[in-house]
Design a protein around this ligand. Structure first.
Ligand SMILES: CCCCCCCCCCCCCCCC(=O)SCCNC(=O)CCNC(=O)[C@H](O)C(C)(C)COP(=O)(O)OP(=O)(O)OC[C@H]1O[C@@H](n2cnc3c(N)ncnc32)[C@H](O)[C@@H]1OP(=O)(O)O
Length: 202
């Protein structure tokens, strides 16, 4: 069996297509009428050109999220809605994990994540914190666990147009229970805090 279910060039093409879909999602909320038609036509043309000649996309680096085979031979695609370069919903985090701590950067986030005008939707604040806290718990334990509680405190609105930092720390491990806390910052401003409990499977 091949080591991967598709060629590197196809993985690069898939991530390029996801990038086009992201831009289209943003463009649909920025343009109207004839301007929107021109925008959609240009993005479609870029995708058509890449499909016609995928070699033009061959990057210097490898694809971020190539699919792989599971031990049972099933195709596994990274579907994560925060981190997967193949999932067009994912805002894409850049994350560093060290011991009990994770620090991630994300953004500037486009209009499809907007709640109040110019601000990030509060539910997405929770999504970002849940992911980073889950990641630091996974990194510390070496296995997956379930988010059981996630308590959020919104300190100030999160601006869409700026890079954000999301930090998470494991604070306590007690049997199957792991406690973690973190915050989401814009510059030096703490916009939201989170603390929660992750439960390992029996
Ligand atoms: C695991 C496999 C995943 C595979 C993944 C692969 C990777 C893929 C990437 C995913 C990336 C995800 C990133 C985002 C993270 C999500 O999105 S996770 C999904 C969201 N969470 C869920 O769906 C969880 C839904 N809840 C459940 O399934 C069950 O409630 C749980 C969490 C498994 C717990 O059930 P349980 O095992 O029956 O727990 P239970 O025995 O009642 O309690 C365990 C312990 O916690 C204590 N406890 C329970 N609640 C509380 C509380 N509120 N306060 C204090 N203590 C409490 C209990 O007293 C007990 O303590 P001990 O007796 O052990 O001392």
């Amino acid at each position: 069996m091949d080591a991967t279910p598709e060629t590197t060039a196809d993985s690069v093409l898939a991530e390029f297509a996801a990038g086009i879909c992201r831009r289209m999602a943003e463009g649909l909320l920025e343009h109207t009428g004839g301007e929107l038609r021109s925008f959609l036509s240009a993005e479609s043309a870029r995708l058509q050109a890449a499909l016609a000649d995928p070699a033009t996309l061959e990057p210097a680096e490898q694809p971020h999220d190539p699919p792989r085979f599971s031990r049972k031979g099933h195709v596994v695609i990274n579907t994560n809605p925060v981190t997967s370069h193949r999932n067009v919903l994912a805002p894409l985090l850049t994350e560093k994990l060290e011991d009990d701590r994770a620090v991630a950067t994300v953004g500037p986030l486009p209009r499809q994540y907007q709640g109040p005008r110019g601000m990030l939707h509060g539910g997405y604040v929770g999504v970002l914190l849940d992911q980073v806290l889950w990641d630091v718990v996974f990194h510390r334990l070496g296995h997956a666990s379930f988010t059981r509680t996630l308590n959020l405190t919104y300190e100030s609105p999160v601006p869409l147009g700026e890079e954000l930092t999301v930090e998470g720390r494991v604070t306590k491990i007690d049997g199957r229970k792991t406690f973690a806390e973190g915050e989401l910052r814009s510059g030096d401003t703490v916009c939201a805090r989170a603390e929660g409990l992750w439960v390992s499977p029996r």
